[in-house]
Design a protein around this ligand. Sequence first.
Ligand SMILES: *Cc1c(COP(=O)(O)O)cnc(C)c1O
Length: 435
Amino acid sequence: MNSVHCALMFTIADHLEIRNDHLIIGNVDTISLAEEFETPLYVTNESRVIKNFSAYREAFPEADIYYAAKANGSFAILRILARQGAGADVFSYGELYMALLAGIPREKILFNGNSKTNFELEKAVELSVKVSVDSLDELHTLSNLAHEAGKNVEIAFRVNPDVSPKTHPKISTGLRSSKFGIPSDEVVSAYNEAAGLPGITPAGIHCHIGSQILETTSFNEAAHKMMDLVEKVTKIGIDLKFVDMGSGLGIPYTKDEGHAPTPKDHAKAIVPVFKEKTKELGISPKLILEPGRYIVADTTILLTRVNTMKKASKNFVGVDAGFNLLVRPTMYDSYHYAVVANKAASFAQETYTIVGPICETGDIFAKDRLLPHIEKGDIIALLDAGAYGFSMSSQYNGRPRCAEVLVNDGKADIIRTREDIQDLMGRQVLPSRLM
Ligand SMILES: *Cc1c(COP(=O)(O)O)cnc(C)c1O
């Protein structure tokens, strides 16, 4: 075994293996998957989803874990997590509908969002789920809707704790300047106002400081700020039943970011602060966490076939997936490990830049990577594609979305069929004068 091989063995997640030079996921050969289901293809390993969820549940044994559905809203994944006892953080009526249909109980759902429609608020009232309220304006709308329906809604305020985690600016959500939440210094008066409104029960408090965070000090800082607010809110007579600390734990995409914090490290940054303050105040709210990325990111690979090779300013590899299927590298400058899935243990000898087929300069998956010799027809696996991958996909450039497969210990099942041209025409209608 050469050193490059060792490096690869070390860097891929432990639910991936290499056998006969092929990349294996969930005991299934990725090359057979590419042949059977065609490419591009998202492949998710069920046991890895369960393992990641269990890691959170074990790190926070007394908390409820609400999976952030936006990270990967595929129905099979929601179903797997529902069976594991997950709750859900939903950000739209669509996510709410699917979470309920997947079997997540309404008592374990929080409806988030900074700009909900009246229809969405009506649905939250009708379906009796908790609502995270992002503004006083929304509070009044919700109060009116609940009152008219003769119902009572449990709410939390989304608090902007003003912490600044080290992450990409597009996914930092708890800065003072962010669009999310109510500024810390207006929180107490917001609870006062909520307490006097019909149809509203102020029952919780909520924050979420960002995503892909790989240090725990900002979680700790946010926990302190949140628990100070819990104290203030409790002292004006609000009976808090839950404290939702959001999420944001990242995963080590580049594999060289040193020790990436685990759910246990996340818990160490939050739980003692939570316990100390609740004990001091003599209250016993439920702690809630809302991990998305950590649960699904490393469970899934995107398989894509090499269409064409070109030596120009760089050594370009043109593949059949584009940023319409995985937008993270284009949108967040993010790194995804690339493996030549049919030459997974071969000697890495050339530097390649892997690009998609879309008519945009930014359609690049991987820049200047040292990989085994690549030829037309090879299959490339982009790793850690389970979070904000398919869920952010589009049909841009007239490209039907790809299929998704779920593997589990040697078995592979389709969980989303490939779109076709009919799906592109979809709901388009020609006015009669254009017939
Ligand atoms: C996106 C989001 C999450 C999940 O964040 P991850 O970084 O994927 O863990 C949790 N809570 C809220 C409110 C969110 O918007």
